[in-house]
Design a protein around this ligand. Structure first.
Ligand SMILES: [Ca+2]
Ligand SMILES: [Ca+2]
Ligand SMILES: [Ca+2]
Length: 406
């Protein structure tokens, strides 16, 4: 906030220099000077140029339930753009895509920000038919720079993208995609096929990771988390290093979420700390006990990573490959930190679900000291077809997590 204050002081000084001297009683001139302030734009609390050049894609669910979120974005637009302009050092391109059960490109990545603003301000919530929306295909368009036309989605159902999105991201740019939705992914057929889940949080997420595009997901729980979409979106964001943000159910905070993602150059900027976490225990999903045991390094390339999860009537996940690992210190967790410089482990990996290869998992383990009753575990497991087969979160009921620096 110190930067913001400094900029405000500078702005004030500028106004003072250009304004007539105080006490000149020239009210008209002073008034004219005052009304010129908004044309400068809101002062963003980011360091100028901190992200380098930015290529930003906004992919927005504009179906009937999204009215509150769309209103929030329109209200926040000046701040969103001023933040992006400041963070990019004035080297900004923005693209704009909307989706229902199809995909519409309004603006390819462009420096013509006014045109993008006009498109967003002309957006209104309508349609969408059933709950699922084509967020996975909008992400496909954004990450793979797809041309207009009819194509098959990941489940084999044909649908339409209107407008090209073929202007590539610049090699030297910080590449950011922000996806905003309240719905589970549906591809083009208005049905949440398992392949749609895989497309959203695995296929396109890994493509984004490979292309250094940070995909952040903003979840607007207008109808709650009725189809596991929050976990799908969270896992998707985590894979490419983006942020996952849940807004209020009425959509307020959506615009601010976009601003905060841009101010962080696309999402998570905290580098992973060194170390490893070990332990295990039980958490409950209703009356179902979920047990886990692990030894996980904070570096993906480390050799000896293992994680085993068991639940229900003989269900199990066995980690085979660690995809991402982030160790960080959460100031809200005490002791702060425990006997290590971090207390939180966020990971993604692939492995076997009930013996079948190709399953994926996302987890967050925390260590809040000894004994382990304040430690927590959040675990999501998807089967090889992308179906969510486990979603559990809570404090340990028996067991312990321990963070180590070595
Ligand atoms: Ca739909
Ligand atoms: Ca579908
Ligand atoms: Ca512990």
């Amino acid at each position: 906030m110190e930067v913001k204050r400094t900029l405000q002081v500078l702005l004030l000084a500028l106004v003072m220099m250009t304004a007539p001297a105080m006490g000149s009683q020239n009210d008209v001139a002073v008034g004219t000077t005052s009304t010129s302030i908004p044309s400068v734009g809101p002062v963003a609390s980011v360091t100028p140029g901190i992200c380098g050049p930015i290529d930003l894609t906004i992919a927005l669910d504009d179906t009937g339930s999204m009215g509150g979120a769309i209103g929030s974005i329109k209200a926040e637009l000046p701040t969103i753009i001023s933040t992006a302009t400041t963070a990019s050092g004035g080297d900004l391109k923005v693209g704009y895509i909307t989706f229902k059960d199809d995909v519409t490109v309004h603006n390819e990545l462009t420096t013509n920000i006014s045109a993008v603003l006009a498109s967003i301000n002309a957006t209104f919530a309508s349609g969408g038919a059933g709950g699922p929306e084509a967020s996975d295909e909008a992400k496909n368009t954004a990450v793979n720079n797809l041309p207009a036309g009819t194509r098959a989605d990941s489940a084999g159902f044909n649908g339409t993208q209107t407008g090209n999105y073929t202007t590539p991201y610049r090699a030297n740019a910080t590449k950011i995609v922000v996806l905003i939705t309240d719905a589970p992914p549906g591809g083009f057929n208005d049905f949440q096929d398992l392949a749609d889940n895989i497309a959203l949080n695995t296929t396109h997420a890994l493509t984004a990771l490979n292309k250094s595009i940070k995909v952040s997901d903003v979840f607007v729980p207008t109808g709650g988390d009725y189809a596991g979409q929050a976990a799908l979106l969270a896992s998707d964001a985590n894979i490419s290093g983006g942020a996952f943000i849940t807004t209020a159910a009425n959509g307020s905070g959506t615009g601010e979420a976009i601003t905060s993602i841009i101010a962080a150059c696309g999402g998570v900027v905290t580098p992973s700390l060194e170390g490893r976490m070990t332990g295990g225990g039980s958490v409950f999903n209703g009356s179902m006990r979920v047990t886990h045991g692990f030894e996980l390094n904070c570096t993906v390339s480390s050799p000896s990573n293992n994680l085993q999860v068991n639940w229900g009537k003989g269900n199990r996940f066995h980690l085979e490959s660690l995809t991402t690992a982030t160790c960080s210190n959460d100031p809200a967790i005490v002791p702060n930190p425990p006997n290590a410089t971090f207390d939180t482990y966020v990971g993604n990996g692939t492995g076997r679900y009930n013996g079948m290869p190709g399953a994926t998992a996302h987890w967050v383990f925390t260590d809040a000291g000894e004994p382990g009753t304040s430690d927590s575990a959040t675990i999501h497991v998807w089967d090889p077809l992308g179906g969510l087969v486990l979603s559990v979160s809570g404090n340990l009921s028996g067991g312990n997590h321990q963070a180590h620096n070595q």
